[in-house]
Design a protein around this ligand. Structure first.
Ligand SMILES: [Cu+2]
Length: 526
C-alpha cells in the first residue's frame, strides 16, 4: 500500500477494497493507456481513460477505492475533465438503473488544501456528471510520478448484476509542448459543508427551513454536533480563485460560496452621483454583493431539465464564467452553504459541496469587497440522454389504501431478496396491520454489507412506475429508517428499524431510496 489510508481520504475503521485495476490495451508513450486521443482546445490533447470493468453486484451501493494507472505518462497540465460511466459496450446506463453515486479523483502524492490530513481531492462528480473546465491559461499541474486513487461509489438500483467502466476524459497539455508555456498552475480547494467527513451528508427534511427552503448549515439545529464548523477554510496564502462549481443531490437548488475578511466592509455603491440613468444602473449592477465583512462570491445553481422540477438527477450545475477572478488574502475565510427545496419532499443523505474550486497564485484578482464578482454562471452540460426515464406512469398495481387488511400485527417484517415480507407493493400485497400505539419492526435480511435498504415514506398510492423522478420522499406523514446495512457509512450500521409508534390510523406507503422499485405499505388501526 503506497499511501496511508488516511491520506487516501479514508476514515478510520474502514475496510479497504483496493480492487485489481483492469488492464486496457497497452499504449506506449506519453498518453498512458488512453483508449482514445483527440485534439482539444488551446493545444491540449483530449485523452479518454477508463477504469474497470467493475462488477456491479445486485443492489450494491458501496464505496470502494482503486489505485489508477490510467493517466498520462509525462508531466503537464490538466485543463478539463469529463466523467462518465459506461457498460462494456460503451453504452451509458440509464440513471434509473446504475448511478455513478460519486467518483472522487485523489492525488495521493499531495496534501489536500482544505483538509491536509487527506490526499489532494482534485476532481469529483456525482450522478449529474458535472464537468471541470479551467479558464484558458490555467491548468492543474500533473506529474507522471503522482499516485492517483479513485474513490468511487457505484450504485445498482436493480437486483440485476452488471459490469461497468468508470470513464474520464482529460484535456492534457504536456509540459514539453509549446502550449504549456505561460500556463499558471492551480491548486484544488475542496469546499464542503461537511469537509473531511468520509460520507459528507445531511438531511433536508420536508417542511424544514423558512418558506420551503433549507440551507445547511444555517437552518440546521446543531449542524456540527457541537464540533468546529466544517464548511469554512482559512486561506493559507494569498492567491486568486479562478473557477468554482457546486455539487448537490436531487432537491438541491444552489450552493453559495462566500468570503469573510476580518475587519473588511462591503463598499457601499455610491451610484446616485453618476451622471446618466444608464451609468447609475451600471454602477448598481457592478456593486459588490454581500454584507458587513462577508462578500458573496458565486451561486452555483442547479438547472433542472427534469419536467417535474427539482426532484431528480436530470440537472446540470452552473460553474463560474471563464473571466471570474477573485482575490484571496491570507487569513480570509472561504465558506460554502447549500440550499434545498423542502416544500415537496425530504431529501435524505444530501450533499453540499463545491468540489471544483481552484486557486492560482500570482496574477490579478478582483477584490470582492469593492467590486461585484458573483455574476451568473453557465451550466457545464445540457440534458443527458441517460436521464430519459422519469417514471410516474401507470402500472396497474393496486392502490394499497383500497386493499383488504393483510397480516395482523407481524412482530417483524423482513426485507429479503428486494421484497418486503408483508405488504410488498410490487406484488400488490395487502398491507399488514398494527394498532395505534404499536410499531412495526423492519429488518434488512439481505446481505447488509453491500445491499442496503430504506423505509422512506411516500405519498399514497406510491404505486406508479419507477424512474429518476418517482417515487420521492413526499409522504404527508414523514418517516425514514435511514440506510439499513452493516457497512457504515454509507449505511448506519443498523439493520433493524421500528416505525414511529404514534402514527394515526390510516394506510401508509413507503419505498426504498436505494432501490426505488421496492414499495410497500402498512395500515394502522385504532
Ligand atoms: Cu432497497
Amino acid at each position: 500500500m503506497p499511501v496511508s489510508l488516511r491520506r487516501a481520504g479514508l476514515g478510520l475503521g474502514w475496510c479497504l477494497a483496493l480492487l485489481a485495476v483492469g488492464a486496457p490495451s497497452a499504449t506506449a508513450g506519453e498518453l498512458g493507456k488512453a483508449v482514445s486521443v483527440k485534439p482539444a482546445a488551446n493545444g491540449a490533447k483530449r485523452l479518454t481513460y477508463r477504469v474497470g470493468p467493475f462488477d456491479v453486484r445486485p443492489g450494491q451501493n458501496e464505496i470502494a477505492y482503486n489505485l489508477i494507472s490510467q493517466k498520462p505518462q509525462v508531466d503537464g497540465y490538466i485543463t478539463r475533465i469529463r466523467p462518465d460511466l459506461t457498460y462494456l459496450n460503451g453504452r451509458v446506463p440509464g440513471v434509473d438503473v446504475i448511478h455513478l453515486h460519486h467518483g472522487v479523483w485523489v492525488n495521493a502524492s499531495r496534501k489536500d488544501a482544505t483538509d491536509p490530513a487527506l490526499a489532494e481531492r482534485f476532481f469529483a462528480s456525482g450522478e449529474e456528471k458535472t464537468r471541470m473546465q479551467l479558464p484558458k491559461g490555467y491548468g492543474y499541474p500533473y506529474k507522471a510520478s503522482d499516485t492517483w486513487i479513485l474513490n468511487h461509489m457505484i450504485h445498482n438500483l436493480t437486483p440485476v448484476p452488471t459490469q461497468v467502466y468508470m470513464v474520464y476524459e482529460i484535456d492534457f497539455i504536456p509540459k514539453s509542448s509549446p502550449a504549456a508555456r505561460g500556463i499558471r498552475p492551480v491548486r484544488p480547494i475542496w469546499m464542503d459543508v461537511h469537509n473531511g467527513s468520509v460520507y459528507p451528508v445531511f438531511n433536508a427534511e420536508k417542511g424544514a427551513g423558512p418558506s420551503g427552503r433549507f440551507t445547511f448549515p444555517d437552518d440546521a439545529a446543531n449542524p456540527y454536533g457541537g464540533g468546529s464548523k466544517r464548511n469554512e477554510w482559512v486561506v493559507d496564502r494569498p492567491g486568486v480563485l479562478v473557477a468554482t462549481a457546486g455539487h448537490l443531490h436531487p432537491g438541491g437548488l444552489y450552493t453559495d460560496l462566500y468570503l469573510r475578511r476580518p475587519g473588511a466592509q462591503i463598499h457601499p455603491a455610491r451610484c446616485g452621483t453618476k451622471a446618466s440613468a444608464s451609468a447609475r444602473r451600471r454602477c448598481r449592477r457592478e456593486a459588490p454583493r454581500g454584507s458587513g465583512d462577508t462578500a458573496h462570491l458565486f451561486r452555483s445553481r442547479a438547472k433542472y431539465y427534469e419536467p417535474a422540477g427539482a426532484v431528480s438527477w436530470d440537472v446540470s450545475m452552473t460553474a463560474t464564467k471563464p473571466n471570474w477572478r477573485v482575490e484571496l488574502r491570507k487569513g480570509d475565510v472561504l465558506g460554502v452553504k447549500a440550499t434545498y427545496d423542502t416544500s415537496r419532499a425530504s431529501w435524505w443523505e444530501s450533499m453540499g459541496i463545491n468540489p471544483l474550486t481552484y486557486m492560482a497564485y500570482g496574477g490579478r484578482g478582483v477584490d470582492p469587497f469593492k467590486h461585484r464578482v458573483d455574476y451568473k454562471g453557465v451550466v457545464t452540460h445540457g440534458h443527458l440522454p441517460e436521464n430519459g426515464n422519469h417514471g410516474g406512469g401507470p402500472t396497474g398495481l393496486p392502490d394499497p389504501r383500497t386493499l383488504p387488511d393483510g397480516a395482523d400485527n407481524p412482530s417483524t417484517l423482513d426485507i429479503l431478496d428486494f421484497k418486503y415480507q408483508f405488504g410488498d407493493g410490487s406484488l400488490g400485497d395487502a398491507p399488514p396491520v398494527i394498532h395505534a400505539g404499536q410499531a412495526l419492526t423492519f429488518r434488512n435480511g439481505d446481505d447488509g454489507r453491500s445491499i442496503y435498504h430504506s423505509i422512506t415514506s411516500c405519498k399514497p398510492p406510491c404505486n406508479r412506475s419507477t424512474g429518476i423522478a418517482y417515487p420521492i420522499a413526499d409522504g404527508d406523514v414523514q418517516f425514514e429508517s435511514s440506510t439499513l446495512g452493516s457497512t457504515s457509512p454509507p449505511a448506519t450500521g443498523a439493520t433493524e428499524w421500528k416505525t414511529p409508534d404514534n402514527l394515526s390510523p390510516g394506510t401508509y406507503t413507503y419505498f426504498c431510496r436505494i432501490h426505488p422499485f421496492m414499495r410497500g405499505s402498512f395500515r394502522v388501526k385504532p
